[in-house]
Ligand binder design. Sequence first.
Ligand SMILES: [Zn+2]
Length: 190
Amino acid sequence: MGGKGSGRPCFGARATTEDYPSIDVRHWQRDGLLVPYQSFNQQWFQHGKVAASIEVCTEPDRVILTHHQSSGEDWEYESYPVDLDWTNCNPGGQCPWFLCPAFGCDRRVAILYESGIFACRHCCQLAYSCQREGNFLRALRRADKICARLGGETTGIIPRYGRKPKGMRWSTYERLTDQYDTILDALIRR
Ligand SMILES: [Zn+2]
């Protein structure tokens, strides 16, 4: 047996690893990895072994992910582009975003989660799988509150924050968006 999907951590289940496969474009930017025409690797471990790894090749407005996924004894390889988008963030600065590569999605997100391919949490249906649990709703309310302060959208299952409101300090905005990200991150790691 061992078809696609077996031996892979499942969203909504309790992951047994702390090192859950996700990629954060802000970390790549912070570490200077998004300079075009270079490549780097990222790996995730489970039970002390490499469970997944990707090679990332950078281009000006996209990255090519080559995804090595352990599937029982075998390794699966898959290559696909993920477009990048840039917005103004810190004064004079540019913040990178992934555009979710899942078909028909294109959501602008900072973090993609492994789900066969790396995709945004919406596409991974994380919200739906967590929703049955009370903690989800509590965490969601906290995320909602943050988004309300940040003028974000609260339509849809997961609230999303918007640009920094006028008059709010950047440090406050960053602290709130960090809190938001931590909440969402905790939701899907449970
Ligand atoms: Zn998506």
